[in-house]
Each structure stands twice: as C-alpha cells, then as structure tokens.
Design a protein around this ligand. Structure first.
Ligand code: ADP
Length: 270
C-alpha cells in the first residue's frame, strides 16, 4: 500500500478494515482529482477563445480604416464566439448529466425522432462538404431513458461523423433491436482514429492531434457526453475504426418493451 493512503487513524483497526478504508480514500481522491482537473481544463479551454475575442476586438478597433482587415478580424471573432458558445453549452450539458446520475423516471423515447433531429442539426455542415447522411435499419424503435440526453448523445455522434469525414462521402445511421437493447450505429468513411488513441477519445477535452482537427473547432467534450449518457442509461458505447478508412460508433440503450397486444387497440370485442 502506498504510504500516502495510510493514516494514523486507520492504523489501529483490523487489517481487513484498513484495506476497505484505504480503497475508499483512494477513490475519493481520484474523484477529487478528476474534478480538479476538469475545472482546470474548463478554465483553460474558456480562456483561449475569450483571450482571442479580446485581442480581435482590439485589432478591429485599430483597423477601423481598413475594411478588409475589419472583415477578416470580425469573421474570426464570429468563429471564436461560436466555439465559446459550444464549449459553454457542452460544459453545462456535462454537469447536468452528472446531476442526473443515475437516471430518474426514464420515459419511452422515439429513436427515429432523435435521429431526425441529429441529422437535421448536422445538415448544414454535411451539405457544405456534400456528405450524404443516410438512415436505415429498424424503424419505430423506442428506448427507455431521457429524451434530451439520448438526443445529445446521438447528435454528438452524427456531428462527429460529419466533422471527421472527407467531402463527397456518406454517413450511415443504422438502428436495430437485439436482446432487449437498441443499437444505434453511426458509420462514417472519414479519417478514422489511430488505434493507440482509441482508448482516450472518450476522455474529457481529449482530441486526437488537435492541429489536424483545428478546422473542425470541436471541444473534446462530445464523446465524454456520449459515454456519460450510455452509463446513466445502463447502456454502452463502442467504437471500431481504421485510420484513413472510417469509424463506426455504436450506442446501445435499453429498449422500451412493446405494449402488450391487448392494449394496442387492434383488439375487437364480441
Ligand atoms: P471533438 O469536439 O473534438 O469532436 P469529441 O469528444 O466528440 O470531441 O471527440 C474526441 C476526439 O475523437 C476528436 O477530437 C477526434 O479526434 C476523435 N473522433 C471522434 N469522432 C470521430 C470520428 N467519427 N472519426 C474520427 N475521429 C473521431
């Protein structure tokens, strides 16, 4: 046992009890360390666009008599403020998820509707790259959960598929039900993820090679939101990827069982 985990207070207790306490304190410390890291990361990530916006607004003021420069700086300000907005929204989403953990009062959620919203939300980015988003598989499925959370998870997966795909490619969103679970798969033909990075992409703020992705303007929080949603729902998220060929993310959530037939309205009495 590392010395830092042992305190004088636990020393007189039986060996079994010491072990339990040591474990508890280790977990507590880990949770505390994760929280501290998160706050430090959020502060750092927020300072970058805020600093950029401040510099850019000074630059705009100084370039008042150069319309081209003003246009360039203000376009850049728009990009930075959109990034800031996205970051703030995702941080709020994550902290809400943590408050909701575990899920209270799950409700039936129509998977088709969630996918439609996710596809619509990505439509502008997709059409800018002439990416076709196709949906397929079993329709009419419902999962048991929180509609907002499920929507956030699926939207993040579809947005990533579009962001990390080359122009003129196809993204497929497919659904199926198996063993009481619904699988929502998002398949892209994009840049893929190097196998050495695949374990880390679900970490908060982790981005594979930020320089390569600078133009996508992501936050590194999307997949940690997806992972959290899977966890609160008792589901999971899996990924397969080949660098340079594409990725498949599969979100598995508990299926809302069909209503019994005597309640379905097809029954004719007499
Ligand atoms: P980001 O806001 O950067 O997209 P995410 O948490 O959603 O953050 O994803 C983390 C990282 O995982 C991304 O920066 C990217 O490097 C990688 N990634 C996620 N989805 C895909 C995908 N469909 N194809 C390739 N890389 C991906």
């Amino acid at each position: 046992v590392p010395a830092r985990n042992v305190s004088a207070r636990v020393a007189p207790l039986s060996s079994r009890l010491v072990l339990v306490l040591v474990e508890d304190r280790t977990r507590e410390r880990r949770v505390e360390a994760v929280r501290r890291d998160f706050v430090a990361n959020v502060s750092h990530e927020l300072k970058t666009p805020v600093g950029a916006i401040r510099l850019l607004s000074e630059a705009v003021a100084e370039a008042a008599d150069d319309p081209d420069a003003v246009k360039r700086f203000s376009d850049r300000m728009l990009v930075e403020s959109e990034r800031l907005g996205q970051l703030v929204q995702q941080v709020i989403e994550l902290s809400r998820l943590q408050a909701d953990d575990p899920l209270e009062a799950p409700q039936p959620v129509a998977v088709d509707e969630v996918i439609d919203v996710a596809v619509d939300t990505s439509a502008i980015d997709a059409s800018a790259k002439r990416i076709t988003v196709v949906t397929g598989g079993t329709t009419g499925l419902r999962v048991l959960g929180n509609a907002e959370q499920v929507a956030a998870a699926v939207s993040n997966l579809v947005a990533n598929a579009v962001s990390y795909s080359d122009p003129d490619s196809t993204v497929l969103v497919a659904t199926k039900a198996e063993d009481g679970m619904v699988e929502i798969s998002v398949v892209d033909q994009g840049i893929g993820i190097p196998s050495r990075e695949i374990d880390r992409i679900f970490e908060r703020f982790y981005r594979v090679d930020p320089a390569r992705h600078r133009s996508t303007g992501g936050t590194g929080l999307g997949l940690s939101i997806v992972k959290h949603v899977a966890a609160t729902h008792g589901g999971e998220v899996r990924v397969w990827s080949v660098e340079g060929q594409g990725s498949t993310f599969t979100l598995t959530l508990p299926q809302q069982a069909d209503r019994p037939s005597h309640l379905s309205g097809h029954h004719v009495s007499d």
